[in-house]
Design a binder for this molecule. Structure first.
Ligand code: HXC
Length: 514
């Protein structure tokens, strides 16, 4: 019996070493942690239960039978983060470069099935040279199996992908289907085709980092939601992100004990809006005042900055915030801002996270670039996402709400439960000067002093429409509130909406304008 126990111990030791000490040292030299070290930092101490430690690949070509490494390049299992169950896979670059074999894929699929069945988030720590070249189509099939399960899990359990090394070719599509991607600066990259193929096909000279590093994807493409300075920061971000989410689509996010005073005024909000309506201000200042202290976690911080999205807490409860950002492009809605907002709204709706919309929007961005890149379809994504969302939806119009963007930004008409406006709100078809130029064109052109006439008519339009009271008279705005009372109103409103139920018409699924 002792021999048998010893055999198990030896096999475990062997598996723990992955590709061996030299390759582990190489991994550390690159500034990267090993697959097991990453799991160690992610999970609560002592909570990890490994599954499939002794799995071996089945490849018998290219003398692969002589290179069997226990676990086959991916560590899989479950554990807890702040006491809550999660499933995790962590690719081991020291074993065939973390490349994906048939059995490596099977291990990932097994824990995905368990995560779906048991209703807990799935965290993927990716560090892989892609398809195991020695296995050919078996490996491609393994990828497809993972893509399919990612899709089946979508909207059922939260899925988070951290990219901590290479992620190239079709391999990028598993993270892309998941809910959130985090990348580590300088040690990770994602691309469909690498620099060599790019050079051959388009003659562009580009490095891996410029093509698909964390900064490219956090600032240019929007593929990654978070860019992290190092792996520890990345792991901390995963934990923080999880804290706003429920375990699955039938659960609600954890809430934190909050001692509500019953009258939470934030007087600084009264001075946020500049006197000149065309002057910018930072919507994050509003968010900081409205949300619980230091609770705002911004998502997609460096991409499409004219819209701000992220998680926060109000009186201890998770909410998702989507807010125009007047400090960037006057908060206009464009292609990327619409896509960013829509994707975030859909995540919140999948997982029962109430949505707060903060509105200061001059409209949609005009121009050939926007039209030819599909602002019609992209704007419709945001509109559709907010229309279909059945979670509690609350809106605060701080200043401008013009044109179609008024409708899109969670207006009463598309199902918002409670719409507030500050006294500084301007709700109209368009800005006063533009409106006056169109509807009083004849009068202005015939006037002796055209400038004076235009000003007179602009002022007339401003007096009539640049306020929240016409909308309030129709009930499109439920209440005009003092900025200082916003937080208190929101605490009460979200509490009031806690048990909201909506019955939607029976359908297979909608057809969002993708
Ligand atoms: C098998 C691989 C491998 C792979 C790396 N290795 N990639 N083994 N299949 N795909 C092995 C290497 O042989 C080496 O083994 C070890 O991993 C580390 O690799 P290095 O090249 O020494 O490391 P590094 O210099 O850091 O370069 C990492 C790398 C490079 C950039 C990932 O290895 C690379 O370009 N690999 C090939 C990538 C690729 O073309 N993959 C297929 C893409 S197509 P030893 O024994 O020396 O330690 C694809 C399609 C997916 O993935 C489609 C899904 C639908």
């Amino acid at each position: 019996m002792l021999d048998k126990l010893q055999l198990l111990e030896n096999k475990r030791k062997e598996a723990m070493l992955g590709g061996g000490e030299k390759r582990i040292a190489d991994q550390h030299k690159k500034g990267k942690l090993t697959a097991r070290e990453r799991i160690h930092f992610l999970l609560d101490e002592g909570s990890f239960e490994e599954i499939g430690m002794f799995v071996e690949h089945r490849c018998r070509d290219f003398e692969m039978e002589k290179q069997i490494i226990l676990g086959d390049g991916v560590v899989t299992g479950y554990g807890t983060v702040n006491g809550r169950l999660i499933y995790v896979f962590s690719q081991d670059f020291t074993v065939f470069g973390g490349s994906l074999s048939e059995t490596h894929a099977e291990k990932i699929c097994k824990i995905m099935d368990m995560a779906i069945k048991n209703g807990a988030p799935l965290i993927g720590l990716n560090d892989s040279g892609g398809a195991r070249i020695q296995e050919g189509v078996m490996s491609l099939g393994g990828y497809a199996d993972i893509f399919f399960k990612n899709t089946m899990a979508s909207g059922v359990i939260p899925q988070i992908s951290a990219i901590m090394g290479p992620c190239a070719g079709g391999a990028v599509y598993s993270p892309a289907i998941t809910d959130f991607i985090l990348m580590v600066e300088h040690t990770s990259y994602m691309f469909v085709t690498g620099p060599n193929v790019v050079k051959t096909v388009t003659h562009e000279d580009v490095s891996s980092e410029d093509l698909g590093g964390a900064s490219a994807h956090s600032q240019k493409s929007g593929v990654t939601h978070f860019s992290c300075a190092n792996e520890i920061e990345c792991i901390d971000h995963i934990k923080k992100l999880l804290s706003y989410m429920p375990q699955n689509c039938e659960d609600i996010a954890p809430s934190y004990v909050y001692n509500h005073s019953g009258n939470e005024k934030r007087t600084v909000l009264n001075d946020v809006i500049p006197l000149n309506a065309n002057q910018p201000y930072d919507m994050r200042e509003v968010i900081e005042q409205i949300a619980d202290d230091n609770s705002f976690l911004e998502v997609h911080k460096d991409w499409a900055e004219n819209i701000v999205v992220g998680f926060a807490r109000i009186a201890g409860r998770s909410i998702g915030i989507i807010a125009n950002q007047p400090a960037v492009l006057a908060g206009v809605l464009d292609n990327n801002a619409s896509r960013k907002g829509a994707r975030f709204v859909r995540f919140c709706d999948c997982f029962n996270i109430p949505i707060l919309t903060l509105v200061d929007v001059p409209g949609f961005l005009p121009g050939t670039d926007q039209e030819w890149h599909g602002i019609i379809t992209n704007g419709a994504k945001l509109l559709y996402a907010l229309c279909e969302a059945t979670v509690p939806k609350v809106t605060v119009i701080t200043r401008k709400a013009y044109g179609g963007a008024y409708d899109v930004m969670n207006s009463k008409h598309i199902g918002a439960d409670m719409n507030f406006a500050w006294p500084s709100a301007e709700i109209a078809v368009m800005g006063a000067k533009g409106a006056a130029e169109i509807i009083f064109k004849k009068e202005i052109s015939e006037a002796a002093d055209k400038e004076a006439k235009l000003k007179e008519k602009t002022d007339e339009y401003t007096d009539k429409f640049a306020n929240p009271y016409l909308a309030a008279a129709r009930g499109f705005v439920d209440e005009v509130i003092l900025p200082e009372d916003t937080r208190e109103k929101l605490i009460r409103t979200f509490k009031m909406l806690e048990h909201k139920v909506v019955n939607v018409p029976k359908k297979k699924h909608g057809n969002i304008p993708l």
